[in-house]
Design a protein. Structure first.
Length: 136
């Protein structure tokens, strides 16, 4: 039997797409990232439009580089809004960089809404280094 709702209501024609988008609403459009391999490092270019440097937090823990940001769009005074939805919130994204990366191997800069994070490559000899544990 044909479902007549889909014939008359265009909303139901794309119901799967609607719920797919709704279920992924955790800011999928935020923090789009390009990762480049350079000679001695990796470079991440992360989109953070309208984010200030002081609202970005970068942590390195257990091989994961986590970049978090907060955003709070202030209401502009002397403006007559007919409709306005406040934009605020926190979002983050983690990147696995390996257990051998140290904090001093990571540099970051924010310019024109793009956060550039440079991660120094770890020498393979450092990865293969064997550490002896002294038994008491």
């Amino acid at each position: 039997m044909r479902n007549y709702i889909t014939t008359f209501d265009p909303f139901f024609d794309n119901i799967d797409k609607f719920f797919l988008k709704a279920s992924n609403c955790k800011a999928p459009h935020m923090m789009k990232t390009d990762i480049k391999e350079l000679d001695d490092s990796y470079e991440l270019e992360i989109e953070l439009p309208k984010i200030k440097k002081e609202d970005v937090k970068i942590t390195l823990k257990e091989g994961y580089l986590t970049i978090g940001a907060t955003y709070n769009e202030e209401k502009e005074e002397n403006k007559k809004y007919l409709h306005r939805e406040r934009r605020y919130g926190e979002f983050s994204r983690s990147y696995y960089v390996g257990d051998y990366v140290k904090l001093e191997d990571v540099n970051a800069s924010l310019k024109d809404g793009v956060l550039t994070v440079n991660i120094k490559k770890v020498d393979d000899k450092e990865k293969e280094k064997e550490y002896l544990v002294t038994i008491d």
